[in-house]
Design a protein around this ligand. Sequence first.
Ligand SMILES: O=C(O)CCC(=O)C(=O)O
Length: 309
Amino acid sequence: MIPDTKHTLLQYPETNSVPPITRDLESACRHLYETGMCVVADVLTPEQTKAIGEKLEEQAASERALGDLAPKGMVGCKQYVPNMVNKGKSFLDLVEKEETDHLVGCLLGDNFLLSSVNGHIYTGANSEPELLHRDQGQVPASISMPVVCNLLWALDDFTPEGGGTLVVPGSHRWEWQHQIRPPDMDIAEPVTVPAGGVLVLDGRVWHAGGVNKTGSKRRSIATFFCAPWIRQQENAALSCFQEVLDEASPKLRARLGMHTYGTMGTVGGTGSEVPGATLISGEFSFPKYIIGESGSLHPLPRVSRQTRI
Ligand SMILES: O=C(O)CCC(=O)C(=O)O
């Protein structure tokens, strides 16, 4: 897939309207190019939505019980559950879906990587929206192309009253000077996403979690993706269980970064099967050892589901 990068600039502070909810992936990609966002309905069945929601709740409860042994997940009324890669196949299935390939591919090209998978649970009412931000805030604003893309899989309805994501549609097309500091919150629009649907955000578009006036629970899984030539948010090569990689399809292994991209992402200088070629993109397995000074050989330990503290 060849991403459409020929969009025109939009004069700050002009914005677009929130695009209509669609089920058609071609329309969704057009919405993404034009407005920096799209909402696709019914990508998960009600049964899948319920099962993923329950699994997320169970995981969140087990991490709260870990106390200080887990990263601080609770911020205000939001519990953040990081690195779902090791926490159940249903989360990884979102990464491999055909809709994911299509929607992310139309922004980042076919070779995109999984940057992270995180769970979000908003447990109650709040009075302030989150900070407006761009998900590619670490990338120089003068880089005018999308290099990351976030898919928020709604496990409950996102509604304006229930704190649904606030987005400034079209802000990805502003000149780079307006990509550094957030615009006024009052130009951000609340987005409605029915449970089982997905909200896709171009990494350059300003957005934030909204104000939840109803106190209803709002859960989602954020599958975050990046171009194959920038760093992933989670260092999957280090933190992904070996068993997850052993069970993964070639596509999932590649998304996790277990694939070289030209000369990038090698492990110990990963060799190519092709004589004389070093610029070949291809899957690798972790070598048994890393070569050190004077040719010493050092075993490469891998994190395993089997070994526990
Ligand atoms: O959950 C939301 O509505 C917003 C999440 C968000 O801003 C993000 O993942 O970058």
